[in-house]
Design a protein around this ligand. Structure first.
Ligand code: SF4
Length: 332
């Protein structure tokens, strides 16, 4: 159970039931009032070595921007939702882009306003629309603090023409299993070889727990996607990813294997990640490998084309062998 070291809050949160509820729940935690969740001076001036410590705080505010961004992968819109950032610390997390602002967990208590906009957009549409609500945080993790996912599913389930989807790296799915979700929710579980989870995805659920969570979610009627992501080309990557795909084929239920779809995503990394990780996790693996990575503009790196192409052929081959009937939505 996560217990924050300190809470930084905007005073407007008292205008919302969830704001009052959270302040009561964490009554005995030290609290500091802030002007804006976007600009906490104390966090901005912290050195990189404080990265993991900062993630032990909780920031509670009101979300002011509600702009939907069109998307063409597994949803129609990316939607800013009830949280941003996370208390885990995956070394490649793209929310680290600006760690003084985005990486720690910020909760937004005006959930009624955010869900209402999603419902109205869906109901106005003639075609069905899918909304990605988990692109800024991990909602299974957030749910353990706010119960927001349970609340969302219960309040969304009768929305005409609307569907929700989100990715997760956590196995605490039990609270959503008994819900009447009307088949409107797709949970996309992100997996990686156990060795990579242990060495890179600090604070997330283990592979076994994630596999069990997928099976339970499917039994509860949720649609299932599986993200093999991010694919990290460490020295023994072939062996690791082969074992992972094999393990998934052995341990996912027949029910899951019937229609789960896959997304395969190669890791991108950045100069900012390198700097923070070097100072925050000095003993951890270095994910930047100059021999197989190349610049992609603005301090970002991705795998060189020939390296990536070889990996894609290998992974498609393994997927074809172990999951011949499952769709790969994309490999990027
Ligand atoms: S679980 Fe997701 S949001 Fe949290 S640190 Fe890892 S990649 Fe980032």
């Amino acid at each position: 159970m996560f217990k924050p070291k300190a809470i930084y809050y905007e005073k407007e949160i008292f205008n919302y039931p969830l704001g009052r509820e959270l302040m009561k729940k964490y009554e005995e935690v030290n609290k500091f009032e802030i002007e804006s969740h976007n600009n906490i001076e104390e966090m901005r001036s912290n050195p990189n070595s404080e990265f993991a410590n900062m993630k032990r705080n909780l920031i509670i505010g009101v979300r002011k921007t509600h702009k939907f961004v069109e998307n063409h992968k597994t949803s129609d819109f990316l939607v800013p939702y009830t949280s941003s950032g996370c208390i885990a610390a995956c070394m490649y997390c793209y929310l680290v882009c600006n760690y003084n602002k985005c990486s720690y967990l910020r909760l937004f208590v005006n959930r009624e306003q955010m869900l209402d906009k999603i419902i109205k957009t869906a109901e106005k549409s003639e075609n069905s629309l899918t909304f990605e609500i988990g692109s800024n945080s991990d909602l299974i993790l957030e749910n353990t603090i706010t119960n927001n996912l349970v609340w969302t599913i219960e309040n969304f389930k009768n929305t005409k023409n609307g569907y929700l989807t989100f990715p997760t790296k956590f196995d605490m799915v039990d609270p959503i299993l008994p819900l009447d979700h009307q088949g409107k929710i797709t949970v996309r579980m992100s997996v990686n070889p156990e060795e990579i989870i242990n060495r890179v995805e600090f604070g997330t659920s283990r592979l076994q727990g994630r596999i069990e969570a997928i099976n339970k979610l499917k039994e509860a009627g949720y649609k299932i996607g599986i993200l093999i992501a991010p694919i990290i080309l460490v020295d023994n990557w072939k062996e690791l990813y082969k074992e992972l795909i094999q393990k998934l084929s052995q341990e996912l239920s027949e029910n899951v294997k019937k229609d789960a779809f896959f997304e395969l995503i190669f890791m991108t990394y950045s100069y900012v990640h390198t700097k923070i990780n070097e100072e925050a996790f000095p003993n951890a693996i270095n994910l930047y490998n100059k021999d197989i990575m190349t610049g992609r503009g603005r301090g970002k790196y991705c795998y060189k084309k020939d390296v990536r192409d070889e990996a894609e052929i290998f992974l498609r081959d393994q997927m074809h062998k172990y999951f011949p009937n499952n769709k790969i939505e994309y490999i990027v």
